[in-house]
Every structure is written in C-alpha cells, then in structure tokens.
Design a protein around this ligand. Structure first.
Ligand code: SF4
Length: 383
C-alpha cells in the first residue's frame, strides 16, 4: 500500500485536536516508555511528545537528555559532514515561498560539465566526501539524462552522492543507482492536502499524491537512504510532525532495507519582500520536534542545514542531530564564483567547514567526512 492510501483517512483538524488534548499524564507515560528498555514509543505517544503539554520545561529537559543518550548510543559522538551543490536554478514550479519560483525574473543557470568540475574542485579542497546535488524542478534543463551525466562526472571524486531534485519514477531511480546514487531527499513541504494547493498554484509540483508517494517509489528502487520532511512555517508544525512520523513508520515497515533521514527546513520571518511564514516555529518548539523524533526512533538520521543560526547549531550538535552542512552556497556555481544575486534561501550560519569542525571537536565530538563507500551501493544493482 502506498502512503497516500494511508494518509487519505487522516482528518487534519481532528488530528490537531487530539494532539492539543494530550495531557501531562500522556507525556509522562511516553517518557516512561522512552526510559524502559524494549518499550516502543507508538504514534499516540508521539502525539503527546509534540503536544503543548510536553513543552513544559521539566519535560523538555528530560527529552533533551534522552535524545542525547539515544543518539550517542547508536551514532557515537559523531557528526557527519555533507555539502550541497546546486546544479541548476531553473524551475517550472510556482511555490510561493521559494526564491527559485518560476515567476521570479532572474537569469537561470544550469551548470555545464566544466562548471560542475570547477565547483567540485573547490568542494574537494574543503575536504568533502558526501555530496548532495540539487536542482530546481525543470526536466527540460535538468532531467534524468542531465542528472545521470552529472553523477557520472562527479562520482569518481566523492564517496557518497545524494540527490534533492524533482520526484521521479522507480525505473529512473534504478537507473541513477547505476551511476552512484546513494540517497534521495524529497520534502512534502506540507502534508495538508488542501493547503498544499495554495502553496503550489502551478507547475508539476501541484500533484500532491505524486510527491507524497515518492518515498514509496524510492523504496521500490531499493535506494539506500531515503529522506523526508516538511517545510516548517507553512502549517501547524505539530500536525506536520505527526504526519512525518506516520510516513516514517510506513516506510520502515514496507521498505526495511533502506535507511531513513528526516530533515526540518525551517522558514523564519524576514525583512523585505517574499513570503512570510504563517506558523513561525520557535527554537524551543523546533527542539521539541527533534527530540520527539529521536525518542520515536533511535536510528533515523537527522540533519540541520545552514538555514539555522550559529548558536542553534552549536547547541544541537550533542542533542540528536547526526549530520550537518557547512560553508554552503545555494546558487549554482557559487563555490567557484560567489554570487548572491539569487539564492534559494537565506544562509544564517556562514562558518567554514574548518570553523564548524573546531566547534564540534570542542564539544568532544568527531567529524565524519566519509562513512560510506560506493561499493556498498551496488551490491544489488544489475549492470
Ligand atoms: S521549492 Fe523547489 S520546486 Fe518550488 S520553486 Fe523552489 S526550486 Fe522550484
């Protein structure tokens, strides 16, 4: 069964009511389970952990401590480093919250082979082994053929290649695995089907179900790692978190050979033009969400991008996060030729990888530049 079949029975309003009705007793029950070896946090417990009742200071402190212990137990005192490489900012979609929106008039760039290699040279000098390739969603400029070729170009130089591009079909993912695909991240933005149409008024991204079932298609293609998430700031984060938890559980049960990563891109209020988040998520609420996920699942990877502030990232290193980017540019060609004309989102933490590494090591953690080799990705790929 695909996830859209499961989610269609969820009533957004009623789910919200049941989360807001959770009491301190429900939170204590969930936390007691989290401290009992062998006990499993279920989705009702998860509702309690993301509810306003769990936002009380003593509960948050307990959640933070448990999240730290659970993360260290599974991942050690380590943080993985990865770097995004934007290949193209061409996009046919009209997402109202994004700088790459089709209606924004600026020069669209899709990197040539030479430009890709120029970027890679800079990223290798920074020390990166885990590369995340990103594009807008424009199959004409950056479709399957372009992506396959780009992956073949960069593959010899990096240990791990991941994608954050338009959703594709299972045979396309199978094809890309042969060129070194390790992981794919696709964010639903919002799980609220009605509101989804408002945020995505035109373009192929308007198809809610096609996007929602992308992780199923990735699971069917046996992609090693599958990422999911919601864009925080669009709708009520507590209900989005619950839908993500449902999604994660469905995928883990159905495609148990893949690993999973959740990410929480967060919009912040900003000055000037552009879409303002209607449901601002505070730092405290953001922490609550991350810790709730760690108590739900001690194996799921969680990443934090440079959207977040320096202070916030410093604090979260030891509290549940497993991977982080540093020194990121969000405009294509921006590493070799920094250009701030149009970026997909505002970067809040401009520290270099060297500075981030120092901060992480000062907390007694180790930076992992490489935790994988492509040879493991190919064990079941037919030539
Ligand atoms: S969020 Fe993605 S799909 Fe939407 S406009 Fe931006 S780049 Fe295009």
């Amino acid at each position: 069964m695909l996830f859209s079949e499961i989610l269609k029975d969820l009533d957004w309003e009623e789910t919200g009511k049941s989360i807001y009705a959770k009491t301190s007793r429900d939170v204590e029950r969930a936390l007691a389970k989290a401290q009992t070896p062998g006990a499993e946090i279920n989705l009702e417990d998860f509702k309690a952990l993301v509810s306003p009742a769990a936002a009380a200071a003593p509960y948050l402190e307990t959640m933070a401590g448990l999240s730290r212990t659970a993360t260290q137990k599974k991942f050690g005192k380590t943080i993985q480093f990865y770097i995004p490489l934007y290949l193209s900012n061409a996009c046919t979609n009209h997402c109202i919250y994004c700088g790459f929106n089709h209606e924004n008039k600026f020069t669209r760039v899709t990197l040539t082979d030479e430009q890709i290699m120029e970027e890679c040279k800079v990223l290798k000098q920074m020390g990166y082994e885990h590369l995340l390739l990103l594009t807008g969603e424009s199959p004409k400029e950056a479709g399957i053929d372009y992506l396959e070729h780009a992956m073949q170009l960069v593959s010899p130089y990096f240990a791990q290649i991941s994608l954050e591009v338009q959703p594709m079909d299972t045979p396309d993912y199978e094809r890309l695995r042969k060129s070194g695909l390790h992981a794919v991240y696709v964010y639903q933005e919002t799980y609220n089907k009605e509101r989804y149409k408002f945020y995505h008024p035109a373009g192929m991204k308007r198809n809610y179900e096609w996007r929602l079932n992308t992780q199923d298609r990735l699971g069917l293609a046996n992609v090693n790692k599958i990422g999911l998430g919601a864009l925080l700031g669009l709708e009520d984060w507590r209900i989005e978190a619950f839908c993500m938890a449902m999604h994660l559980r469905h995928l883990q049960k159905t495609y148990w050979r893949s690993k999973y990563c959740v990410a929480f891109p967060r919009m912040r209020p900003h000055e000037g033009e552009g879409y303002q988040p209607q449901h601002v998520v505070s730092d405290k609420e953001f922490c609550q969400m991350i810790w709730a996920f760690r108590l739900l699942d001690d194996e799921v990877e969680m990443s934090l991008t440079t959207r977040e502030s320096r202070d916030f990232r410093n604090h979260m290193v030891s509290l549940g996060i497993t991977s982080i980017s540093a020194g990121s540019q969000t405009d294509p060609g921006g590493y070799a030729h920094p250009n701030t004309e149009v970026a997909q989102f505002e970067i809040n933490d401009n520290r270099s990888p060297v500075e981030m590494k120092k901060m992480i090591e000062e907390q007694g953690y180790e930076v992992v530049w490489k935790d994988w080799d492509k040879v493991y990705d190919f064990h079941d790929v037919k030539a």
